[in-house]
Design a protein around this ligand. Structure first.
Ligand code: FNR
Length: 359
């Protein structure tokens, strides 16, 4: 089922593209506007060089870490990605099985195309739930309770997408969600207020969205609603990192949403150091955006990330080969990370410090 000539994550791209409709491919693989941030997410990793230590003792080498009280075998998680049935008919169910096989934690999107309960019923590895605060707060609470009840271990509040980015590639491809694919977790939600233009206004600012966009107050509210750790996703500056901690976040994800929201944000790996400095070890700082190699994971850890997440790479594996494709992508990245750690003479995660990269 897995094509024999696949040796790296990006080798999945042509197979995934072939199996998806052109419009769905544009949705998954595209970014915002000119896709400068999306491209830079990868390019910035490629600009960094590793500084190795030879003849280091490798006995006891390990990629294990602890995160929010759980032991993870290696620092790679599956990022929340909406509507995975666009990539494969089993959608998120196949991703959960792939993650389970490799004991990886998966972050399930609010906009998953399979219900969070069906996913937890199939999962053999930890799940976190990514939350978009809904206009209807009672419905939002109900979602949180469902995630708690189903055994999800953390909530990830996505802060960087109160409105959709300008997704030109999707527009050109004429993407719209096929009727048989839906946000399964949001069934029964009162529809958001209609996009009527307020008096004197027009477009985005004339409609209801600005007033519905979550604020820091909503983060404080959310933290009080749950005993799960609340991780804030979409942090890019020291200022926002400080605000996040002041308002109760238990962890951060440095992320630009894979370059899908605001184009010309800095690459995630370039935004990481200032966030790490502001956080000063008080909470875990995760990173996503542009990870395509084990060396990328290594570089993120060297610049202060506790762990990393991948988005498109596992969706490409999913589209091309279902659950085994997801597992294979995780396996390749994990193996590359181990090889990198061995060759760089950093046998444990805490050995991977700033001295391991050259900027
Ligand atoms: C995403 N991402 C995302 N993030 C989120 O918080 N909720 C979501 O529903 C989605 N949906 C989504 C769909 C698709 C098709 C993509 C590609 C991405 C962003 C995702 O969690 C992550 O930040 C990026 O994918 C990381 O970048 P890479 O690994 O794709 O380069």
């Amino acid at each position: 089922q897995i094509p024999a000539n696949i040796a790296s994550v990006n080798d999945y791209i042509p197979y995934a593209r072939e199996r998806m409709s052109a419009a769905a491919w544009a949705y998954v693989s595209g970014g915002a506007a000119d896709e400068l941030t999306m491209a830079d997410n990868e390019a910035a990793f490629q600009r960094l060089r590793i500084q190795p230590r030879v003849l280091a003792c490798l006995a006891g080498a390990s990629t294990e870490l602890e995160l929010f009280g759980s032991r993870l075998p290696y620092p790679i998680l599956l990022a929340p990605v909406a509507y995975q049935r666009l990539a494969h008919h089993d959608g998120e169910l196949a991703s959960v099985l792939g993650a389970s096989a490799l004991r990886a934690t998966m972050v399930v999107s609010t906009q998953a195309s399979v219900t969070l309960e069906d996913l937890s019923a199939s999962a053999q590895s930890p799940l976190w739930f990514q939350l978009y605060i809904q206009p209807d707060r009672d419905f939002t609470i109900a979602l949180i309770r469902r995630a708690e009840q189903a055994g999800y271990q953390a909530l990830v509040l996505t802060a960087d997408a109160p409105v959709n980015g300008v997704r030109n590639r999707e527009q050109r491809a004429g993407f719209s969600l096929p009727e048989h694919i839906q946000a399964a977790n949001l069934r029964g939600m009162r529809p958001p207020p209609a996009q009527h233009a307020a008096a004197g206004g027009s477009g985005l600012f004339g409609g209801p969205l600005p007033a519905l966009a979550p604020t820091w107050e909503d983060l404080r509210w959310l933290v009080q609603q749950t005993r799960l750790p609340v991780v804030l996703k979409g942090i890019n500056t020291a200022h926002d990192a400080q605000q996040a901690l002041d308002n109760g976040a238990a962890g951060l994800v440095v992320s630009n949403h894979g370059g899908r929201t605001l184009d010309t944000l800095p690459a995630a790996i370039d935004a990481l150091p200032s966030v790490v400095q502001a956080v000063a070890g008080r909470v875990p700082v995760l990173l996503d955006g542009g990870i395509r190699r084990g060396t990328d994971v290594f570089k993120a850890l060297a610049l202060g990330a506790t762990a990393t997440l991948i988005g498109r790479p596992y969706i490409y594996g999913l589209a091309a080969a279902g659950a085994p494709g997801v597992a294979h992508v995780l396996h390749m990245l994990r193996t590359e990370l181990e090889v990198t750690m061995a060759l760089a003479g950093r046998p444990r995660l805490h050995d991977i410090d700033a001295s391991a990269v050259m900027r």
